[in-house]
Design a protein around this ligand. Sequence first.
Ligand SMILES: [Zn+2]
Length: 116
Amino acid sequence: MPYCPKCCDEFQDWVEECPDCRIKLVDELPPLPVEVVREGDLVHIVTAPNEIEARLWKGILEDNGILSMIKVAESLNLYLSPLALEHRLYVLEEDEQEAMEILDGVITFEPEVEDS
Ligand SMILES: [Zn+2]
């Protein structure tokens, strides 16, 4: 069966072009892209004061089956050691609630200062 590589519709054998997308049909759909964590799906849950804490928390989340990502906070001071840099911990949106509950028992959240 031919498929449209763009809209993934399936067509009769005699169809050569997708009427919607106006592109040539292919015999097989290209393999789905490997599922990747998109940045948009990640939510920032907590900021660690340094790399050690961040790794610790990440490890705790992983022990609970939650994947997380660490991002180093931007700093203009290039001479600061990573140990003195804030590290932000991100998790997938769907894991946010659970991750917060897990970390709640481990760390004390400090209220974040919102930029106004
Ligand atoms: Zn199409």
